[in-house]
Design a protein around this ligand. Structure first.
Ligand code: FES
Length: 173
């Protein structure tokens, strides 16, 4: 199982950082959508506390900002797990057993798509093609793709990641 891209970590939400992150979107076309994407890229979700700031910045009502945020299912409204795991559900990966792999992954994590494990370590999502079809089946952990994943290699990978998540939680205390 080979990683093919480097990972990027998410930051803890603060209103100050959120305000800085979205400021450059102010005068762009599609400004609100761009700002929501920026927030999600930075924090992994769009925090409720950013809504009044977005409404003010874009001269909209809070209800309008809420409406746009909930219309697009890509925008998460709650903090994701320490790692986000995306399992490819597209054709080439399906042909190489992604369905059985998905079942095993859900069982191992004890959660379904769009859910987070009880320990807060992993959020599970689906994705449609990671551009690495030659090495199917593929998963992505944050921004890092892993090819030729098996239930066993997934179990080992998540055991390693869970201990990294634990150390990072202990380090931030
Ligand atoms: S179909 Fe899964 S990476 Fe392309």
């Amino acid at each position: 199982m080979m990683p093919v891209a480097s990972p990027a970590r998410l930051q803890e939400f603060t209103l100050e950082l959120a305000t800085n992150v979205v400021h450059e979107c102010k005068d762009q076309p599609g400004a609100l959508i761009n700002a929501l994407h920026k927030l999600q890229e930075t924090f992994g979700y769009v925090d409720e506390a950013a809504m009044p700031m977005l409404a003010k910045l874009f001269n909209l009502s809070r209800a309008e900002v809420h409406g746009v945020t909930s219309f697009y299912h890509d925008f998460r409204r709650s903090k994701p797990g320490h790692y986000t795991i995306r399992v490819c559900q597209a054709e080439a990966c399906q042909a190489m057993g992604s369905e059985a792999l998905t079942t095993a992954i859900k069982q191992l994590l004890g959660c379904d798509f769009h859910e987070t494990t009880a320990d807060g370590n992993f959020t599970l999502e689906k994705v449609y093609c990671l551009g690495n079809c030659a090495c199917s089946p593929n998963i992505m952990v944050d921004k890092q793709t892993y090819g030729r994943v098996t239930a066993e290699s997934f179990r080992k990978l998540t055991a390693t990641l869970a201990s990294k998540a634990q150390s990072s939680k202990e380090g931030s205390k």
